[in-house]
Design a protein around this ligand. Structure first.
Ligand SMILES: [Zn+2]
Length: 66
């Protein structure tokens, strides 16, 4: 199993898009649960870390931020 390092302020791209259509999320807090904000609608969600890691498509490096 792959362990994905996650840090606050990282942006992640998920396999499944949010209902608003965006699939990029900003990480606010990392623990056994991860708090993220949807970049599309700015709603925040708290997700179980294990489930979140499985649904990550890609972690966007800081340097690729627009
Ligand atoms: Zn959204």
């Amino acid at each position: 199993m792959q362990i994905i390092p996650l840090h606050p302020n990282d942006r992640i791209q998920l396999k499944k898009p949010h209902p608003c259509g965006s699939n990029v999320f900003l990480i606010l807090r990392v623990g056994s649960e991860v708090r993220v904000i949807c970049e599309g609608c700015k709603r925040d969600m708290t997700l179980d870390r294990v489930k979140l890691e499985k649904s990550i498509k890609k972690v966007l490096p800081q340097s690729e931020q627009e």
